[in-house]
Design a protein around this ligand. Structure first.
Ligand SMILES: C[S@@+](CC[C@H](N)C(=O)[O-])C[C@H]1O[C@@H](n2cnc3c(N)ncnc32)[C@H](O)[C@@H]1O
Length: 247
């Protein structure tokens, strides 16, 4: 009963955000830490690969985004400071650290058990999250700012607030990478599938964001769109946007 409840929750959410069932109190919406770690261990997989292969049914999805970013030269710039919003299980964080060796890797993650696990495992620095602010991080101080599968799960305003902050903390010449569910991800068949399968109790999931609104906003913040590509999310996709802040 308990196991099938977890499976149903995790499966229907297609990894993404589910309501915690073993971390009650405090942060309420995230992948349940203990249950996910146990399931990954039982499958003999790293937690990131478990999410990609088993929960999402998209083996290699995280790596394919990392490969695209490598091809765009994002890691060749040898970022010394990386900031990630909502790293969750750390599946992108872990693969980012295989591509570059930043002296500082800051995370802003609302799910306390996952943040603690990442600090412990990867020696990253967790910053306090409050109202989608990156206030503890100085202006123009980060080489690579990234967020994956976060802005299709939070409200429009949360994403928009983070956008301003991402542009603020990025140093001139630095990169900003994030994915959003744009028009390119919302053909009628996919919208039909979301209606049939998606959401499941999460008012903010999945959240759409117009691509042009992002491009125009970041342009006003001195950040130009350099590239974009689609990345899988379960049966659907999000669009990854890569910006460079003017030097
Ligand atoms: C769908 S998960 C994606 C996790 C990870 N980036 C990945 O793709 O595996 C969204 C993550 O964003 C975190 N999150 C939600 N709201 C947040 C906020 N306001 N600030 C920072 N992190 C947030 C959640 O706790 C969760 O870890």
């Amino acid at each position: 009963m308990w196991k099938s409840g977890i499976k149903k929750l995790l499966g229907r959410a297609g990894y993404d955000i589910v309501r915690s069932i073993d971390n009650r109190g405090g942060v309420d919406d995230f992948l349940p830490f203990e249950a996910t770690m146990r399931a990954a261990r039982a499958a003999g997989l790293s937690v990131g690969d478990y999410l990609d292969e088993v929960m999402n049914g998209t083996p290699g999805a995280t790596q394919s985004t990392i490969d695209e970013l490598r091809a765009l030269g994002v890691f060749a710039a040898d970022p010394d400071t990386v900031l990630e919003i909502g790293p969750g299980s750390g599946r992108y964080l872990e693969k980012t650290l295989k591509e570059c060796s930043p002296g500082r890797y800051e995370i802003y993650e609302t799910a306390a058990p996952w943040a603690a696990y990442l600090v412990d495992t990867f020696k990253v620095t967790a910053r306090p999250t409050a109202e989608c602010s990156l206030a503890p991080t100085s202006d123009n101080s980060v080489d690579l700012v990234q967020a994956h599968k976060v802005f299709n799960t939070v409200t429009f305003l949360s994403a928009a607030r983070y956008f301003f902050e991402m542009a603020r903390v990025t140093r001139p010449g630095g990169r900003i990478v994030f994915d959003v569910m744009t028009e390119a991800c919302l053909d009628p068949a996919t919208m039909r599938a979301w209606v049939a399968k998606g959401g499941d109790g999460h008012d903010s999931y999945p959240a759409a964001m117009p691509r042009q609104a992002c491009v125009d906003l970041f342009a006003t913040l001195g950040c130009g769109l350099e590239a974009s590509f689609l990345a899988p999310v379960g049966f659907a996709s999000t669009e990854v946007l890569v910006f460079t802040k003017e030097a």
